[in-house]
Ligand binder design. Structure first.
Ligand code: HEC
Length: 312
């Protein structure tokens, strides 16, 4: 059995190589003038810059408003093909991120000029310029299958979130689990306002970044065990608040940048075995503290800043 299947893989691979050997000269012959494209993006240094840009994108929560290849929110345009527009140069992307009104005076996108500059900004622009994929959100990539039917959310809680100025909705057309964003409420968001949310089920993505939430507010979220992505960047939460995240065992993404958390707070995260990305730059977390967490959670990528070369 085993040897037969590996034989067919070999055959298949040989077929691919043959096909490639035939197709490549044909493709090249088809466009003798187009030499500029053949080298673009093949440079390994470029690949590193793009990888860094992808991290910067993730770290600043751009995906709460934008989709790339079917992942992310819908408040802003889908960015899967944004690099395919010839007007969209790296300079144009840098302007878009720094001060979106420079490109479009009516833009409602927040300006990130205070937070993203220098090398991270250039890397982000390179990443955006590399996005030339198909726009359709095909889910053929074998990502997590849509779950079985979930109970519809309590309309009274939805109404409360919307009254506050927050947003709540399904994470995708084919997936009724919820994403909740209160980022737009900003500093006026109080901890008490989060109390009614504690009854909400099936929340996968929660954005409390740039809001007035403190440790006491997180106590209301103790029962939210399905959350995979949590934004707490630029809030007043401290180590004590992180204790309330212990039950969020599905968490893969946690953004704590610009908060007062320290190495001691990371101890509360040791049981989050699914955690892959942890953003703690502009906090009091040290490299030693990050390394201690990595001993417990070898899969986690702890981002302490942008000046080092991106880790793999
Ligand atoms: C609060 C929601 C929100 C966030 C967060 C946000 N954007 Fe936007 N973005 C928008 C909206 C709305 C537009 C459309 C208006 C405009 O063109 O400026 C937009 C437009 C864009 C465009 C132009 C797309 C095109 O093809 O015309 C790019 C590129 C972009 N955003 C990148 C980013 C990046 C990178 C980040 C993170 C640093 C980010 N956005 C964060 C809402 C957001």
């Amino acid at each position: 059995m085993l040897s037969r299947s590996s034989a067919s893989i070999t055959l298949f691979a040989t077929g691919l190589i043959l096909y490639g050997a035939l197709a490549l000269p044909v493709a090249l012959a088809g466009r003798p003038m187009d030499q500029s494209k053949s080298t673009a993006g093949k440079n390994p240094a470029d690949a590193d810059v793009i990888a860094l840009g992808k991290k910067v994108y993730a770290a600043h929560g751009c995906a709460t408003c934008h989709k790339i290849n079917g992942q992310g929110g819908a408040m802003g345009p889908d960015l899967s093909r944004t690099g395919a527009d010839p007007k969209h140069t790296r300079k144009w992307f840098e302007a878009q991120v720094t001060n979106p009104k420079r490109n479009n005076p009516a833009s409602t996108m927040p300006a990130f000029g205070q937070q993203i500059k220098g090398k991270p900004l250039a890397a982000l622009a390179a990443y955006l310029a590399s996005l030339k994929g198909p726009r359709s959100a095909s889910s053929g990539g074998g990502a997590s299958a849509p779950p079985a039917k979930v109970a519809p959310p309590d309309p009274a809680i939805i109404a409360k979130i919307e009254q506050m100025g927050g947003r709540v909705g399904p994470i995708a057309q084919t997936d009724p689990r919820l994403e909740v964003s209160l980022r737009m409420v900003g500093n006026s968001l109080t901890d008490a306002a989060l109390a009614p949310l504690s009854g909400l089920k099936n929340v996968i993505r929660l954005d409390l970044g740039h809001t007035g939430v403190t440790d006491a507010g997180l106590a209301h979220l103790k029962g939210w065990t399905d959350v995979t992505e949590l934004h707490l960047e630029q809030t007043r939460i401290t180590d004590r608040g992180l204790a309330f995240l212990k039950g969020m065992r599905q968490l893969t993404y946690l953004n704590l940048y610009g908060t007062n958390v320290t190495d001691a707070g990371l101890e509360h995260l040791r049981g989050l075995t699914n955690l892959k990305s942890l953003y703690v730059w502009q906090t009091k977390v040290t490299e030693a503290g990050a390394n201690r967490l990595k001993q417990a959670l070898p899969k986690v990528d702890v981002v302490l800043g942008w000046d080092s070369t991106p880790q793999k």
